[in-house]
Write a protein that binds this ligand. Structure first.
Ligand code: AMP
Length: 215
């Protein structure tokens, strides 16, 4: 399954919830790229120059992290792809990568949501420095102020690409480069749309129903 949606639409949150429920592997290209940056690898250094300003990394870089991750993992795994593909070239590459492994796209789920709602969501995001648990200043505060619910750390930071001007760039790029891949899946009868303004658990339920259909 592919999750397609603008930044802040809840792709990562949904993928995490569905990973547990479905026993599928959550593959987030954004996460993999952030790991490369943290490891200060050559690929990470290249990726950082794009990501810090909200631009997409080059297609071959995104494709490489997906292929490397799939090559290391269980060949029989089902995947929830979060943040990949993001361009037409990546969508075509994905078909090739999956074809080589005897896999195919089961469903492409579009999480749609208005830009104004997204801006509000994205500007409030912060995360635990130690374990990466995500929070939001309006929607999901830690139970004890300034203490991570998961690991107890008191250090938090804001993703460098969640700064206001970068958010606007990321939204613009979504409309320009990623939204045009929706017809690629629609024409093959694979696209389903979910309202991303509904509650987190309602969106999960809707996606589960869609996947039950795929079998
Ligand atoms: P995300 O965590 O999915 O919001 O991704 C964060 C950033 O990583 C994006 O704004 C891009 O700079 C980069 N990125 C993630 N996935 C891709 C992709 N498939 N293609 C190009 N850039 C990507």
């Amino acid at each position: 399954m592919i999750l397609i949606g603008p930044p802040g639409s809840g792709k990562g949150t949904q993928a995490q919830r569905l990973e547990q429920k479905l026993g599928a592997v959550h593959l987030s290209t954004g996460e993999l790229l952030r790991d490369e940056i943290a490891a200060e690898s050559p690929l990470g250094k290249t990726a950082a120059t794009y990501m810090n300003t909200g631009r997409l990394v080059p297609d071959q870089v995104a494709v490489k992290v997906v292929v490397d991750h799939m090559d290391r993992g269980d060949p029989d795994a089902d995947y929830i792809l979060d943040g990949f593909p993001r361009t037409r070239i990546q969508a075509e590459e994905l078909d090739r990568i999956l074809g080589e492994r005897g896999l195919e796209v089961g469903k492409a789920v579009e999480i749609y949501i208005e830009d104004d709602v997204l801006k509000e969501r994205l500007t409030g995001r912060f995360a635990c420095v130690k374990c990466g648990e995500g929070y939001h200043k309006f929607f999901k505060r830690p139970e004890i102020e300034d203490v991570c619910d998961k690991c107890g750390s008191m250090e938090f930071d804001v993703r460098s690409d969640d700064m206001e001007e970068t958010i606007l760039t990321r939204l613009g790029i979504y409309h320009l480069e990623t939204a045009p891949i929706l017809p690629y899946y629609e024409n093959r009868g694979l696209l389903v749309k979910v309202d991303g303004e509904k509650s987190v658990s309602d969106v999960t339920k809707e996606i589960e129903l869609i996947l039950a259909d795929v079998g």
